[in-house]
Design a protein around this ligand. Sequence first.
Ligand code: ATP
Ligand code: MG
Ligand code: MG
Length: 554
Amino acid sequence: TEEKSLHFIEQIIEENIANGFPKEQLRFRFPPEPNGYLHIGHAKSICLNFGLGLKYNAPVNLRFDDTNPAKEEQEYVDAIKEDLLWLGFNWTEERYSSDYFQQLYDWAVEMIKNNKAYVDSQSSEDMAIQKGTPTKPGVDGPYRNRSIEENLTLFEAMKNGDYPEGSHVLRAKIDMKSTNMLMRDPLMYRVLHRHHHRTGNDWNIYPMYDYAHGESDYVEEISHSICTLEFVMHRELYNWFLDQIYDENRVRPHQYEFARLNLNYTVMSKRKLLQLVQENIVKGWDDPRMPTISGLRRRGYTAASIRKFCEIIGVAKRENVIDVSLLEFCLREDLNKTAPRVMAVLDPVKVVITNYPKDKEESLDAENNQEDDAAGFRKLPFSRELYIEREDFLEQAPAKFFRLSIGNEVRLKNAYIIKGESVVKDNEGKITEIHVTYDEDSRSGSGSEASQRKVAGTLHWVSIKHAIEAEVRLYDRLFIDEAPDSHKEKNFLEFMNSNSLEIVKGFVEPSLASSKAGDKFQFQRLGYFNTDKDSTEGKLVFNKTVGLKDAWEE
Ligand code: ATP
Ligand code: MG
Ligand code: MG
């Protein structure tokens, strides 16, 4: 019932409708280039475009912008589809810019015939010089006034593969003196003798983004073509290309720009993410430290938390940098409601309950999630020898130490109150065993007077006899710098956090034995974890997803 204010693109659409634009002609697209995996920045664009589709009950196409065969691969196409579905979005039609190669070619021939395009045969250096600068107008090159006949012949020969790469390009004939540099006869086609992941070796020329994108929107009758702010200056060109082909019986696409997502302590350019993968700085695109959707998923992020994050950051026209702790906050909020609580000890020290019978074992009731009444209870084995976290004990406790120490009482979660009695140390003085006594009447949930007693704190633990050894991967930020790719004089790789992965041997309660890749838990008092895909029946592997609190606060 809470009325949310409309973001600026929704406002534009509402205005369009009010001015007579037929609602049923609304159509959107999400246009990834299949040259890498989707990242959290793409999620913003996905939530925006698919969100509009849901809001207006309008189609949303998934269009692979595959005009550069040098960088594109089927692996990326598959990964993009998987990530989109996982995020909870389904597209209306799956399209490829390469589906339109013939149409784009035919339109280019039309443009040559209309004296709106020409073949230039200079080096790229010469063309760059003629292009001028923002303050200096460009000058016409020597091939600008080639005859239409010659242009048609050359362009066809380019297509047929008669010329080597770099020999000729097709340029739009606009205005070398335009104040908008992008309008100074931009490239439309270049020669590339490359195998394309879909069209194979059919083509020896490939269209440039600016030409292909708008015309592809036109083919699909996309009404609102939404992109990020870097494309503001491209809009004039987008419209110019549409003017060349526009037929008033079709929907005319319009380009709108919004601020991209920038997140601190990471990089989001696919080129840089690819470099991290190729140089084995991370273990693949889905490494849990990566800002990719697949990395976040493997780390333990939920799709709901990513959608929530995109909702909170909103859609605006002003660039800013979002703190990664906001993303973590959204995740914690979600996992707090949904993740079952379990016990795991990651830095174990042995505890012996000296007054607990040697061969006794108990099966205690433990609540799975106090935030979720439907989550129920599970059985937790208890015995004389336990592990607790080494940092939860100090022989000589300072004031306000709310953990275990000699002479002090704490509660073992879901179990009994214990009291520290003595320690056993090795030759180096390291504690190897903590001897405690327990209060038999203090069992949690027993309702006894002893069970209600207030003690200094509550500790998590596992029964040594029943616990399962597990590999636990603890992650930290990939970069130590807030904006690793913003330094002019330094490469972003100089800011890698050398401690972004720590692998420890921990012990988890036996209920986790059957956990499956992707299962999420709160390891009590430690944080949220999930089962990694490297987990096997004989060897459990967990990823730390996020801590219980923001460790970077203050
Ligand atoms: P990169 O520069 O990393 O290659 P890109 O923008 O070229 O990214 P595309 O695959 O072309 O990647 O992007 C698909 C869509 O996602 C585009 O509409 C683009 O505007 C959008 N997008 C990409 N990065 C972000 C971001 N950080 N925030 C919001 N939208 C983004
Ligand atoms: Mg790109
Ligand atoms: Mg792009």
